[in-house]
Design a protein around this ligand. Structure first.
Ligand code: NDP
Length: 328
């Protein structure tokens, strides 16, 4: 008899989505050449969307949600992995078309797995999660675009959230003056503790965007989108760059070409889900160098698997500070 393990399973019937606690066996999992004993996962904004069904993240039902997982390889038919190897997986269709991380076991394509950097435990890797790995993808994109501390400050929007918190910590460690935009003024001490030099209220960037504003920063990490992103772009200095990764404030972008054609500003689109493996490994290696583990601990709270449904509601309501680790 094969052993059974716990999982959360999303089901949909009559247009109504449910999230049930179930017990599965290995034969219930989707095809893949590596099985992983999952020790930790996390709750990102996208997990909130998937668990609540608020946006069509899940494209196949039933589905085990959880876009991230970390753990140890149990069996492998992939030449790059052997039993016992510690691994991390972000995205690649998990919780969309392939069973994800909210289960004690996962069967996946070895090509999706990144070896866990020795600097991190599986719990720390999930404290980083897709949010933190995406923050680092944004930083790498800004660096490639020539944004350096000497060129000026970097603004981070949605700063108290997951992407925002990691971006603030990493950029500060790299020597940037970090301006943190937040809708939670009570998090000023938290954000300054992560390395922000200046806190600006969310409302300062959420009004009607002007075509061009005063030049305030050389770079930006935006997890909000919509008018906030438009305001960020219009206040970016000559030759600067904006890494856009999120939509917490909306999917639209009411901007003009003025910042692009009159100030040579670059808009850098960041997708973490299908990012090719060499860049993923680069991002994880840079996180090992440039993310202070004490700051990571300060932004992280741990919850059990049974807590993810509540956490999903909380993250969509903008009530989660920093990052959540799920003990599987
Ligand atoms: P979080 O919920 O942790 O962070 C989002 C933050 O945005 C909140 O904490 C809040 O920060 C701010 N915010 C929330 N609602 C609004 C609003 N209506 N208007 C303005 N600001 C708001 O989410 P994550 O960090 O996990 O993800 C951030 C965004 O990035 C999400 O949209 C997510 O989908 C996207 N994302 C995209 C990826 C990609 O591959 N492109 C990968 C990872 C994330 P504060 O209270 O400080 O203002």
């Amino acid at each position: 008899m094969t052993s059974r393990f716990k999982a959360i399973l999303l089901k949909k019937a009559d247009d109504k989505q449910t999230a049930e606690d179930v017990e599965l066996s290995i034969d219930d999992l989707m095809p893949g050449d590596v099985t992983v004993v999952v020790s930790h996962s996390t709750v990102n904004y996208k997990d909130g969307l998937a668990l609540t069904g608020r946006s069509p993240v899940v494209r196949k039902f039933p589905m085990i949600p959880g876009i991230d997982l970390a753990g140890a390889v149990e069996t492998s038919d992939n030449p790059n992995f052997k039993p016992g190897d510690k691994v991390v997986l972000n995205g690649f269709g998990l919780s969309e078309v392939h069973y994800g991380g909210y289960a004690q076991k996962a069967r996946v394509k070895g090509d999706w797995l990144v070896p866990l950097p020795s600097a991190f435990t599986p719990a720390q890797a999930m404290a980083i999660g897709t949010a933190g790995y995406t923050a680092m993808l944004c930083v790498l994109a800004l660096e490639d675009a020539g944004v350096t501390p000497a060129r000026g400050a970097v603004v981070v929007t949605g700063a108290s959230g997951g992407v925002g918190s990691v971006a603030v910590a990493v950029l500060a460690k790299l020597g940037f003056k970090v301006i943190a935009s937040t809708g939670r003024p009570e998090e000023e001490a938290y954000l300054k503790g992560l390395g922000a030099s200046e806190i600006i209220p969310r409302a300062e960037l959420s009004g009607e965007p002007r075509m061009l504003g005063k030049e305030r920063w050389a770079g930006a990490v935006d997890s909000v989108g919509s008018k906030t992103l438009a305001n960020v772009i219009s206040q970016t200095s000559y030759g600067g760059a904006v890494a856009a990764c999120g939509l917490a404030g909306g999917m639209d972008l009411p901007t003009s070409v003025a910042p692009f054609i009159l100030r040579g500003v670059s808009l850098l689109g960041i997708d973490s889900v299908q990012m090719p493996k060499p860049r993923r490994i680069q991002a994880w290696n840079r996180l090992a160098e440039d993310l202070d583990l004490k700051k990571l601990a300060a932004m992280t709270r741990t919850i059990p698997l049974s807590g993810v449904r509540k956490a999903a509601d909380d993250i969509l309501a903008g009530k989660v500070r920093g990052r959540l680790v799920v003990e599987i």
